[in-house]
Ligand binder design. Structure first.
Ligand code: RUB
Length: 276
């Protein structure tokens, strides 16, 4: 099986998840196949990998960047060097996001977060590394429980964590100093896309005057689409043996209007808007 096919299957099965991780894995698979299968049309590989998750512009943007920059390059060394330099640039950007985001965390801050965003977790770990003691509140994130990954990673970093079911989110938002989350996509139509639940929690946060910060690399701006439909996942994730006649909805993400976002934390700084 080709590296792209294998990575496509893993992304589809959620063995690899989260916008950043998906994009990086796809880039490595594309570079591997351009080395191993020189007869293959790279555009077909990009098409396959991009179709694994419909709301992932970072993946699409990184693959297109690689194909564009790979023009005129040949062989394993040159293509591997290109993949490494793109990844290094992205990782340098992530580090800047962590440092900018950590400025929002102070001694005693109460942070509410939802799902598992490596970017949001990176910010909180950086704040802890700087010696700040604060408390994080995390939600389960049904139906796939990515919130448990966040809770575990934060606890392992020595951060105080309270974990709760999604519908208990109000208990943490009321009294939190900020709501911090990641993004899968920022749309030119004026919305962002992130894990289902983000929309409700943004509305609740606005009712309690809790500032909302979306931590995202600007490569997640969907330059190739004005708008996109949200991914609907397998109904069996919600209720495997649902009774006959019960129709299941399982949207993976929420589309959140940008009016709910206090500011974005990007590799360029903390900014009210990232679409200008
Ligand atoms: C994960 C999710 C994350 C974003 C950002 O959804 O919504 O908040 O992808 O993550 P899923 P990161 O588990 O369905 O992929 O900051 O790591 O890019």
């Amino acid at each position: 099986m080709s590296a792209s096919r294998e990575t496509y299957e893993k992304i589809k099965a959620l063995e690899i998840q989260g916008a950043m991780k998906i994009a990086k894995a796809a880039l490595l698979a594309l570079s591997r196949d351009m080395i191993d299968l020189p007869g293959e049309d790279p555009r077909k590989i990009v098409e396959l990998l991009s179709s694994a998750r419909p709301n992932e512009p970072m993946l699409r943007n990184m693959l297109k960047l690689f194909v564009r920059e790979a023009r005129g390059l040949e062989g394993e060394v040159q293509l591997n060097d290109l993949a490494s330099s793109i990844l290094e640039e992205i990782e340098a950007g992530e580090k800047r996001i962590y440092e900018f985001g950590a400025q929002l965390i102070h001694e005693g801050t109460k942070v509410f977060t939802h799902c598992h965003s490596s970017t949001a977790v990176g910010i909180l770990k950086e704040a802890k590394r700087q010696g700040k003691n604060f408390t994080a509140f995390t939600t389960e994130t049904r139906p796939r429980y990515q919130g448990r990954i966040t809770a575990r990673e934060l606890a392992e970093a020595g951060i105080e964590v309270y974990h709760m079911v999604d519908s208990a989110g109000k208990y943490a938002i009321d009294g939190a100093d900020l709501f911090l989350f990641g993004a899968d996509s920022v749309l030119p139509s004026g919305y962002l896309i992130n894990k289902v639940g983000t929309g409700i929690f943004c509305v609740v946060a606005s009712k309690y005057d809790v500032p909302t910060y979306c931590a995202t690399h600007t490569m997640k701006i969907a330059g190739d689409r004005i708008d996109e439909a949200v991914e609907e996942r397998d109904p069996s994730e919600v209720w495997p043996d649902a009774p006959h006649g019960v129709k299941i909805r399982n949207p993976a993400f929420d589309k959140v209007h940008l009016k709910y976002i206090t500011a974005f934390i990007t590799e360029k700084g903390i900014q009210k808007s990232i679409l200008d």
